[in-house]
Write a protein that binds this ligand. Structure first.
Ligand SMILES: *Cc1c(COP(=O)(O)O)cnc(C)c1O
Length: 418
C-alpha cells in the first residue's frame, strides 16, 4: 500500500489556500533520501550526485539538494541558467547535453561546468565555442547492442537497447576522442554511460559500473589519458506500483564498491571519483499531484473527471505509465469500483488510470496521484490552453511554501501578437 506523505486534513487545508490541481513535494523525504544515497557511496571520497535538473527543474528543489551536497546535471541553456541562479556553478555542474549548440557550450564554459561530450564531432563545436578545450572533460559511451542484467533475486530484469539510442560514442570513437582531446590540452578525463531507465534491480548500477570501470582501465592503458572520474548517470528506478520491489541503495552502493575493488583498484585507479546523475530516484516518490474529482460520467464505462489533466502529468498518456492513486479519506473502503480517471483534454489518452479498482468516488473528493516528483511537472505543456499548476513544498516543520505560482491567462498570452 502506498501512503501519501501528507494527511487528508493537511491536504484539504492546503487546497483551501492553493486551488487544485497542484504538485506538492516533501522536503523531509527528499533530504532523507539524498542522505541515504550519499551514505551508500561514502566509501568513495570523490563521490557526488549531480541531480538531473530535467526531472524537476524547480529552484527550491535544486537548493535543497545542493544543501545535501548534490550538484546539477544540465542539458540545456535554461537548465544551466537555473543552476547558476541557484548559486550552483563550476565543478558542481555537469553539462550532459546532446545535439549541442555553440552557444550552450559557451555558457557551460563560462560557468566552468564539467562538459560531457555526447559525440566525437562535438570536439569541433566545443573548440569553436571556447577557442580551446577545458582542462577536465567527460565523454559519453554507447556500447551498442542490447543491454540486459539477468534475473535477480527479486525477479526484476532490466533490458534496454543502447544500439537504438541516439546518445554517446562507439568504442573506437571514444578512444579517438580521448587522443584528440589530450593533444588539444585536456588533462583530466571522465567517462559516462546511460544504459537503462527506471531500473528496479539492485544489479543495474553494479553491472553498468563493471562495463565503465573496465572501459576506463582499458582506455587509460591505451591512450595514456588520466581518468579521474566515472559518471554512472541516471536510471535507478522507483516502484510506481505498490507491489513492485524497491531498490536498496545501500546494496547498490556495495555492489558498485565490489566492482571498483575488482577492476579499478588493481588497475591502479583506486583514486577515481564516482558521480551519479539521478533524477527519478531522487525526487519521484517525494512529489504528489493533488487533484479534485469534479464529475462522474456513466456511459459504456465509469468515468471520474478530475481537475488535473495530462498537461500536469504526461507519463500515463505518453508511456501508458502506472501512477498509483489514493482517494483521500477512503483508504480503508473496499476498492470495488472500476473507473477511468480522466482529465478534460480533447484527447482520449488523457487518462490517469484505466479500469482502476478504487473506492467509490464522490464529486469533491481529493485524489493523490503518487510518484509525480520527477518527470511530472517538468513534462507539462499547454495543450488545449491548459495552464501550468502551482508547485508547493511541504517543509520539514509542516508548513507549506509556494515555490512556483500557477500560470495565469496573462502568462499564456504573453508571447502572442494579437
Ligand atoms: C534523464 C537523464 C538522467 C536522469 O535519469 P533518471 O532516469 O531520471 O535517473 C541522467 N543523465 C542524463 C544524461 C539524462 O538524460
Amino acid at each position: 500500500m502506498k501512503t501519501p506523505f501528507a494527511s487528508q486534513a493537511q491536504l484539504e487545508a492546503i487546497a483551501a489556500r492553493y486551488p487544485t490541481p497542484f504538485h506538492i513535494y516533501d522536503e523531509k523525504g527528499i533530504r532523507e533520501n539524498a542522505r541515504r544515497l550519499k551514505a551508500a557511496f561514502s566509501w568513495n571520497p570523490g563521490f557526488r550526485e549531480y541531480f538531473a535538473v530535467k526531472a524537476t527543474p524547480t529552484p527550491a528543489i535544486l537548493k535543497i539538494l545542493h544543501e545535501e551536497g548534490c550538484g546539477c546535471d544540465c542539458s540545456s541553456e535554461a537548465e544551466l541558467v537555473m543552476s547558476e541562479r541557484c548559486g550552483i556553478t563550476g565543478k558542481e555542474v555537469m553539462f550532459s547535453s546532446n545535439n549541442t549548440t555553440v552557444e550552450e557550450f559557451r555558457l557551460a564554459g563560462r560557468m566552468n561546468a564539467i562538459i560531457n561530450l555526447d559525440d566525437i564531432t562535438l570536439i569541433d563545436t566545443l573548440t569553436q565555442a571556447l577557442g580551446q578545450v577545458p582542462e577536465t572533460i567527460c565523454c559519453r559511451y554507447n556500447p551498442g547492442g542490447v543491454f540486459t542484467v539477468g534475473e535477480s533475486r527479486d525477479g526484476a530484469q532490466v533490458m534496454d537497447n543502447p544500439g537504438d539510442a541516439k546518445y554517446g560514442m562507439t568504442r573506437p570513437q571514444i578512444a579517438e576522442a580521448f587522443k584528440r582531446l589530450s593533444k588539444l590540452g585536456v588533462k583530466n578525463f571522465g567517462i559516462h554511460a546511460f544504459l537503462a531507465s527506471n531500473t528496479l534491480s539492485n544489479d543495474y548500477y553494479p553491472a553498468l559500473a563493471r562495463i565503465l570501470f573496465q572501459l576506463a582501465a582499458d582506455l587509460q592503458r591505451e591512450t595514456n589519458c588520466k581518468i579521474t572520474f566515472i559518471n554512472l548517470s541516471g536510471g535507478i528506478g522507483v516502484p510506481y506500483r505498490p507491489e513492485e520491489p524497491e531498490n536498496d541503495i545501500k546494496v547498490i552502493g556495495e555492489g558498485v564498491k565490489k566492482a571498483y575493488e575488482d577492476i579499478l583498484v588493481p588497475a591502479g585507479m583506486g583514486d577515481a571519483a564516482l558521480y551519479t546523475e539521478l533524477g527519478r530516484y531522487m525526487l519521484a516518490p517525494y512529489g504528489h499531484l493533488v487533484t479534485r474529482a469534479t464529475h462522474e460520467k456513466h456511459i459504456y464505462k465509469e468515468y471520474i473527471g478530475v481537475d488535473a489533466c495530462a498537461c500536469n502529468l504526461m507519463r500515463p498518456a505518453m508511456y501508458n505509465a502506472y501512477h498509483h492513486i489514493t482517494v483521500l479519506g477512503k483508504e480503508q473502503a473496499p476498492h470495488d469500483h472500476k473507473y477511468d480517471i480522466v482529465g478534460s483534454l480533447c484527447e482520449n489518452n488523457d487518462k490517469f488510470a484505466v479500469d482502476r479498482l478504487l473506492p467509490e468516488i464522490a464529486t469533491g473528493d481529493l485524489l493523490v496521484i503518487h510518484d509525480t516528483g520527477a518527470h511530472g511537472f517538468s513534462m507539462g505543456y499547454n495543450y488545449n490552453g491548459k495552464l501550468r499548476s502551482a508547485e508547493l513544498l511541504l517543509r520539514e516543520d509542516g508548513t507549506v511554501t509556494q515555490i512556483r505560482r500557477a500560470e495565469t491567462l496573462e502568462d499564456y498570452f504573453a508571447t502572442v501578437a494579437w
